[in-house]
Design a protein. Sequence first.
Length: 548
Amino acid sequence: MSTSGVTEADRRPSTATELYEEAERARTRGDYRSGVALARRAADLSARHGDVAGQAAALRLAANQLLRVGEQEAAITACTEATGLFESIGDERGICETLTVQAIPFNDLGLHEEALDALDRARRIAQRLDDRALLYWVHNRTGVVHAAMGDLASSNECLRHALAVVDPGDDEARFCVLNNLGDNAVYRIPQLRELGREDEADELLETALGHVRTALELAEAANHPYRQSIVLDNFGMLMAHRGEYGEAFTLVENSRMIALAHGYRSLESAALQHQAQIRLLRGDCAIAVLGLLEALERAKEAKEKPMTMAIHLQLSQAYERIGDFKAALTHYRSYHALERESHNDVAAVRARMMVHMFELDNARLEADNARLESELHRMRSAELEQQALTDALTGLANRRAVDQRLPELATLAAATGRPFCLAIADVDHFKSVNDRFGHAAGDDVLRRLGALLREHVRGIDLVARLGGEEFLVAFEGVDLPEATHLAEKLRLIIQNHDWSTLQPGLAVTVSIGVAECEDGDHTALLPRADARLYAAKRAGRNRVTAEG
């Protein structure tokens, strides 16, 4: 029992970032199933908080571990969703990293064309970004796909490119490329020997052994069981090609035990298959057959069709060597039946992926449409609100806007201790303007007057049309003497303006009343300014009258 007051629940990751970091720690220690669950929780939490980048990164991390536990289609789906999210925020590096992950489950399902397409797009992004780390992963995984297609020469060329750009301090990347070079050698050495190129095969064997020894050191230093298991298997097969069958069998058995302890079923099946293969190389065909039959059952249980096919082919060859041609033919036929099924499986997977991508595209389109509708609604609402607060004739704020802004300005002035004054201007003898020049000319006068007021005050000052021929100017941070001075300037500008451009013989003047807000009391401010306006009218018009 803890005495610190911190419970186990308190220590559990709860934020999306904490979940992601814990999922990454699970990945680095080879605990992929826990890593998948944590990464998915991180993705869901990021989505709820609107963190697109976090959601995409968590989905990619989940995919990187799903493919390790045999859930390739789920890995592809997670990568497709992550790529779409990275595209929506323009994160090219995120897109590139996700595509290099997605290539692996594509490859595992036999969708080699899709894998190479994803890697080609990733390569172009990595080159555009001039990023050596991204280029490494593109080259490495392109090598893996070429190897799966049986093109070991192209695979080795890609892997050598990867080795040339790998960061010496990136142990995970170095492990991957060294182990992949060793894996390729396991299959290339027998080919070279069949062609009579023994010296070339021996040279490749020694080079590959150096690669896997270094890879094993890296895996052990990282205490990573999955990497240890996979490189021990390759190490064992290379030692078998060297003729050191006892050590080879021990290495592969160590690989199998690690895989068994950690639930890596595909690696366990591969180890059983390779132990049988070592016995075949040693000439122990009968015992090898028993091992292959056990491996076959494990591969069937795990529904690993490519491995099941390979074991059927090996059993056919083993039975042929011990003279049991009937059994050899049975397994040879099983191999070809599975080969035909595999072609159909690839087509079915491709069809499912297309359907799912279509669904994702539709979902993305619906989300985009919903977002656009929401934005359009917001813009329409803002436009309607703006129209509701704007005088249609002059484009200035209207009385409704004044009723909203005046309390805010008065409260701000009181809170900051800054002065705040109000001026109300009224066109002198406006009725005579309408009577003499017509209502259209009167409207022109009001529009021009509004423009003059807006042009000759500060940007922070509120200018509004209160109604009819009456206008308001609110001077923020200006005391009564200064406001009176500014109002006088406005009166002179209006008086001296060339109004004849609107109508020959037209002249316009205004009377202005000015008042200062006291203690944030806006309710009396407008009536007080209005009272000073009428005082200016009574005093003869075309003048400014202020309080005091």
